[in-house]
Design a protein around this ligand. Structure first.
Ligand SMILES: Cc1cc2nc3c(=O)[nH]c(=O)nc-3n(C[C@H](O)[C@H](O)[C@H](O)COP(=O)(O)OP(=O)(O)OC[C@H]3O[C@@H](n4cnc5c(N)ncnc54)[C@H](O)[C@@H]3O)c2cc1C
Length: 508
């Protein structure tokens, strides 16, 4: 059943990458259509509410939003900057890092001079090394032109840092092991792995937050709302409950995508914002070489997480304007290696900022790494409210409750003052993320980059099908900035990079 429309561009998935691409292309007069399998748009920008409290699912804070900074300029072009409701995190400590055996709390401050000053207070004698670290971060970022809203390409592929491991690099910065760990303390922002995560991933992520750090007031879904309003205003169409299943071809080109309810959506070009392997499944056999399919399908994803969503008793906990990364080990890189007994070996704790109750924390979100394989026995179950409400079983509920209690034990050990202040709590697992986002394994950030073979994990927006393109966190980099840049990379394939960058610069 065809809808009778032929779109210039059909975008599959309404994650940040899909929505930004749709804004850019519809602004240029192209007729776009966004297809989203869920009710709520936004992918990881989605929020949910329990006991009248809003929880973010995948955006806890955003960097680079001060005037003149990279994301600020991209967001101005996308029409977001004057609409977003934001709360700047503490200048002298947007991230706080702590360890089980150390009473000190180490702060990451905003602004490079401030970052150096605040850390040097805790590590007297290390100021020079911290400065050298910052210089390297800035040098690496300068190699990525689009990250800095510049056209052109530096000779990235010969850059020596591409094949540098983050943990190994930090050892060259200082012999002070605590400082090495503090510098890597926000490691859950990029699911960093020892002897794997390239230094450029660490650099691009930490730089954006050191530049400036903001929380979305009442959650990050506002980004999806404003982007989708703009798409519609520019003549684009967005359909939720529209799950893409497979492509129909005419010769070597895709002519339509078939949805799970049988509808056929025709287009001249297609952009997939979905899991890479699942995108290839939609192509079906015969249209791409097996070698390409195997290369993409065999790329490893970054780890997933178990998340505890805590509703606090009204007025019992003051709002805290920073994020906490706490470690139950001396080595922040070791938190991925856990056993049933010692899990979680570290956690990230975020407070939500609510406009209704700005002085108090209504809620907190606590995140600990978890492997998909821990949930394998329930992998055949699917649960997406409200269209697929399958009960995963009592065993799954018991597992979640056990993990929630382990989380609370870790939380109370670090912050005993929170005892008695929890009203209620909810949890999500890697299966929740798998089902809502449509990845294979609930991955936090998509394809895990690897310094040992950097080119293998660089995903091009072009595919072996001439009119199929990719966007989203699997390209370049994850996160709000990374994905926004990815959508520019993707749209550059359709509009021309020089042309698009000029437009963005002129409008930011
Ligand atoms: C727990 C967590 C915390 C995070 N915290 C932060 C943070 O604090 N700051 C930050 O900058 N970033 C953070 N991130 C990362 C950031 O949220 C993501 O990198 C980004 O939102 C991903 O955008 P995307 O375009 O790749 O789309 P995704 O969010 O991956 O969305 C893909 C969309 O495609 C849809 N889809 C999938 N298959 C189909 C299909 N067959 N048909 C139709 N639709 C389909 C999905 O339903 C989904 O809506 C976090 C991520 C997670 C998971």
């Amino acid at each position: 059943m065809s809808t009778g429309n032929t779109y210039d561009v059909v975008i599959i998935g309404s994650g940040l990458g899909g929505l930004c691409s749709a804004v850019i292309l519809s602004k240029e007069g192209l007729k776009v259509c966004v297809l989203e399998k869920n009710r709520q748009l936004g992918g990881s920008l989605q929020i949910f509410s329990r006991d009248k409290v809003i929880f973010d699912t995948g955006i806890h804070y955003i960097g680079g939003l001060d005037e003149g900074q990279n994301l600020n300029r991209y967001f101005k072009y996308l029409g977001l900057m004057d609409k977003l409701r934001l709360k700047k995190l503490d200048e002298d400590g947007f991230d706080k890092i702590s360890f089980y055996n150390d009473e000190q709390i180490y702060s990451h401050a905003q602004g490079y001079d401030n970052f150096i000053r605040v850390l040097a207070e805790k590590f007297p004698g290390e100021e020079k090394n911290i400065k050298r670290y910052c210089e390297k971060i800035l040098e690496i970022c300068s190699f990525f032109p689009l990250y800095n809203l510049e056209d052109g390409q530096k000779d990235l592929f010969t850059a020596n840092f591409l094949e540098m491991d983050t943990k190994a690099f930090l050892k060259t910065v200082t012999s002070n092991e605590k400082l090495q760990n503090v510098l890597a303390g926000s490691n859950p922002l990029y699911a960093g792995e020892a002897d794997k995560t390239p230094l450029y991933v660490h650099a691009l992520v930490v730089n954006t937050y050191i530049e400036s750090s903001y929380r979305c007031i009442d959650g990050g879904a506002q980004i999806a709302k404003h982007l989708s309003d703009t798409i519609k205003k520019q003549g684009g169409e967005i359909y939720n409950y529209s799950e893409a299943r497979h492509f129909h071809f005419s010769g070597d080109q895709i002519k339509a995508v078939q949805l799970s309810d049988g509808r056929l959506i025709e287009g001249k070009k297609f952009i997939s914002n979905c899991d890479l392997a699942k995108t290839l499944d939609m192509i079906g056999p015969g249209h791409i070489r097996q070698a390409y399919r195997s290369r993409i399908s065999n790329l490893e994803n970054s780890i997933s997480a178990f998340i505890l969503y805590i509703v606090l008793k009204k007025g019992s906990v003051p709002y805290f304007n920073h994020n906490l990364y706490h470690y139950d080990t001396d080595d922040v890189w070791d938190t991925l290696n856990y056993t049933e007994q010692n899990w979680p070996r570290g956690f990230a704790l975020f407070s939500q900022y609510s406009s209704r109750n700005p002085d108090n924390a209504d809620s907190m979100i606590m995140m600990g790494y978890m492997n998909y394989k821990d949930l394998e026995q329930w992998s055949e179950t699917v649960h997406i409210i409200p269209n697929m409400e399958n009960f995963r079983g009592a065993g799954y509920e018991e597992f979640k409750e056990r993990k929630a209690q382990q989380m609370f034990d870790a939380l109370y050990k670090r912050m005993p003052e929170l005892k008695g202040k929890v009203e209620s709590y909810y949890t999500s697992t890697p299966l929740t993320y798998r089902d809502y986002i449509g990845s294979r394994d609930g991955t936090l950030y998509g394809i895990a980059k690897d310094y040992r073979d950097p080119l293998k994990t660089f995903i091009s927006p072009k595919t072996k099908v001439p009119n199929l393109f990719l966007t989203g966190q699997n390209l370049n980099l994850h996160g709000v900035l990374g994905v926004t840049v990815s959508s520019v990379v993707t749209c550059s394939e359709l509009l021309g990079q020089q042309y698009l960058i000029k437009k963005i610069k002129d409008n930011s």
